[in-house]
Write a protein of this length. Structure first.
Length: 216
């Protein structure tokens, strides 16, 4: 039996231990494909093989409409359509963290708050994105929770889309070294200057996107 729902594509679970290099893709050794149900915010682990849709061409962060076949122990994807090709990227042990994130975290510490937020602007004072910082704690921190979907990034992305027209974004999840806090930067423009700077600075190569038309 097939069921069509809206999902967010998550990074491959088989690569959770190496998030620096796995954040942009869905494919991993042995499968590990995962989606986040947009209604329940629950991660869905997919079968490693047997999909009728091009699952290996999906990228973490894509918003998709997918038809899942639940007749197997782990669901397979019967069909998929990319609704909005947002991209997620993850980088751990970032040193140095970019200045706006450090300043936002310092203000959170001064206020005794576990999180803080700031609007990102370029040198012309134009808004380029939104920044959120979260305190890390324990063996399993915010970074891992954002990576595996147990703490969805959806509310942060939705907030930007609610304030502006929904559009493809790029979302960078960066954990500082030492691991005091995790920063989440949501860029307004996919492929814009802020996104390209983040990728160059934190070694997050832009993935190929076979399912997205080339608009260049």
């Amino acid at each position: 039996m097939a069921d069509t729902q809206r999902f967010r594509v998550l990074p491959a679970s088989a690569s959770v231990d190496e998030p620096r290099t796995a954040g942009d893709g869905t494919e991993a050794a042995g499968g590990g494909y995962r989606l986040l149900d947009r209604e329940t915010f629950e991660p869905v682990a997919l079968a490693a093989e047997g999909h009728d849709a091009p699952v290996t061409d999906l990228r973490a962060g894509y918003l998709v409409d997918a038809e899942l076949d639940w007749t197997t122990s782990d669901p397979t994807v019967a069909s998929v359509e990319v609704v909005r090709p947002t991209l997620y990227a993850f980088a751990d042990e970032v040193d140095p963290m970019f200045e706006a994130a450090r300043e936002t975290w310092e203000r959170a510490q001064a206020a005794g708050d576990p999180m803080n937020t700031q609007v990102l602007r370029n040198t012309d004072s134009e808004v380029t994105g939104a920044l959120y910082v979260f305190a890390e704690s324990g063996d399993r921190g915010r970074f891992e929770e954002f990576f595996d979907g147990s703490r969805p990034l959806e509310p942060l992305v939705d907030r930007v889309n609610d304030e502006r027209e929904p559009a493809p974004r790029e979302v960078f999840v960066l954990r500082a070294l030492p691991a005091a806090f995790t920063a989440v930067a949501v860029t307004l423009r996919k492929g814009g200057q802020l996104a390209e700077t983040m990728r160059d600075t934190y070694d997050c190569p832009r993935p190929d996107e076979p399912l997205v038309p080339d608009e260049s």
